[in-house]
Ligand binder design. Structure first.
Ligand SMILES: Nc1ncnc2c1ncn2[C@@H]1O[C@H](COP(=O)(O)OP(=O)(O)O)[C@@H](O)[C@H]1O
Ligand SMILES: [Mg+2]
Length: 447
């Protein structure tokens, strides 16, 4: 088969790497891609906001299957355009992207369908928003309705901060039209978890659990970013919690979508808070997370082309996925200035040494090869990923690999996975009692 991957980040590198390993893959292309992806696939330029350009490219390449990584082409309706033209593509339709692109819509959906989430109110009127603050204790969470690149959510500790945030979003238009409407919701306490499923609209295939690290600095300090690292470890979930997430959140969400006329095909991401009352949904994303994709795909032990073909054909229920029981950890190396304006054009050394280490894969994001040198071109540059017998071993191996790599101004977190390791170390120490049996990761039907 000829496979086309759309996107250019670490997630698309992980997808291309895994897709290339399939016996079914004859040719693999990625558009626009990056330097690392260029070693797995042929990279071609494309405008990810222009569906007809992507369709022309797929036709020209005679692609048998196209896989979409990021949100922009999905929101632009690339899946609708391909489906109308009769081309096979994996990803949700433009209409389905509303579950991510409008937090007001997503919260109202959760409320309608009885899906556990933080108590909330929504409004497009500034005065009403100020009044609504009285219904919530502090801290209170203010969310801009629209896409805001990680800048649209504030957990306000004081009334002044809450009012200031509402003023910024709704009156000063700090986020443009994304802040025209807001969600105001109670702050939940607990541990965050990323739970992602692949679905063909009928059946689901849950991926192993993972955790992202959004803030720039160690101990979750500093501004939010696209993600400075992530890890995937079955010890994040025990069987009971996993069953509860599926039963109370995943199945009702997908059944609700179907009943409301949305056939969701692709990756659906549940951003969860595990509270003392059980798991609650913070948000939906309509795609595989980045950097969660890197450690998750590193653990995949079966043919990804088969899974994606089944997703397109609606036969996912007949498939199982197999995962390595070993955890994986991804540490993002970012440019100086990120998440603001990154300083780029720096030479990267040592990445080849890192990649030659056992159980290590270096996924690329903002990189280009120039005169036989690897050069930085963006904010997030590399996602160094390693597996290990347990979380401690994976953490040790990933940081040993990171220590081989350098470029001027390189910044990264030193504590990816550390908090969970400390919290779960007792649990991990008791060998595999609380581990999810990989055989239990099979696909499941929900309707
Ligand atoms: N109700 C809540 N209680 C506590 N923290 C929250 C709540 N909602 C969001 N957060 C925090 O804010 C972060 C961003 O919120 P999220 O809804 O995931 O929006 P986005 O990823 O679009 O910025 C979450 O990862 C979480 O740390
Ligand atoms: Mg989020």
């Amino acid at each position: 088969m000829k496979i086309l991957v759309l996107g250019s980040g670490g997630r698309e590198h992980a997808l291309s790497w895994k897709l290339r390993q399939s016996q079914l893959t004859e040719e693999i292309y990625c558009a626009p891609g990056n330097a690392g992806i260029g070693q797995e696939a042929e990279c071609l330029p494309v405008d990810l906001s222009n569906p007809s350009e992507m369709l022309d490219l797929a036709n020209r390449l005679q692609a048998d299957l196209t896989v979409v990584g990021p949100e922009a082409p999905l929101a632009a309706g690339v899946v609708d355009v391909f489906e109308k033209a009769g081309l096979a593509i994996v990803g949700p339709t433009g209409a389905a992207t509303r579950f991510e692109s409008s937090k007001v819509f997503a919260k109202q959906f959760m409320h309608r369908r009885g899906i556990p989430t933080a108590r909330f109110t929504t409004t497009e009127k500034f005065d009403e928003a100020i009044q609504a603050l009285k219904q919530f204790a502090l801290p209170v969470v203010i969310k801009a309705d629209g896409l805001a690149a990680g800048k649209g959510v504030v957990v306000a500790r004081t009334n002044e901060e809450a009012e200031q945030t509402l003023d910024n979003f709704m009156r000063r238009k700090a986020l443009g039209s994304a802040g025209d409407s807001v969600v105001i919701e109670e702050a939940l306490a607990g541990e965050e978890l990323s739970f992602i499923v692949l679905t063909d609209g009928r059946s689901i295939l849950p991926l192993p659990p993972s955790q992202d690290h959004k803030p720039l600095l160690d101990h979750d300090e500093g501004p939010n970013t696209g993600g400075m690292g992530a890890f995937s470890d079955d010890a994040l979930l025990d069987e009971g919690l996993r069953a509860e997430i599926l039963q109370r959140i995943v199945h009702p969400t997908l059944a609700g979508m179907t009943e409301e006329g949305v056939l969701f095909r692709g990756f659906l991401y549940f951003g969860l808070m595990i509270t003392h009352e059980g798991p609650k949904v913070l948000e939906y994303n309509v795609r595989l997370g980045d950097p969660e994709a890197q450690p998750i795909l590193m653990r995949l032990r079966c043919d990804l082309v088969e899974l994606f073909s089944a997703t397109h054909e609606g036969t996912l229920g007949a498939h199982e996925a197999h995962w390595s029981p070993n955890p994986a950890v991804c540490v993002v190396l970012a440019s100086q200035g990120y998440p603001g304006k990154p300083v780029v054009g720096k030479t990267i050394t040592g990445y080849d040494l890192a990649e030659n280490m056992g159980g290590v894969k270096v996924f690329h994001a903002g990189t280009v090869f120039k005169d036989h040198q690897l050069i930085t071109t963006g904010g997030r540059v590399l996602g160094v990923t390693a597996t290990g017998e347990d979380l401690a071993a994976a953490i040790q191996q990933v940081y040993a690999a990171v220590s081989k790599i350098s470029f001027e101004g390189m910044q990264y977190r030193r504590d990816i996975g550390a908090k969970a390791f400390q919290r779960h170390s007792g649990l991990l120490g008791r060998s595999s009692i609380n581990r999810v049996d990989p055989a239990a990761q099979n696909s499941q039907k929900y309707c």
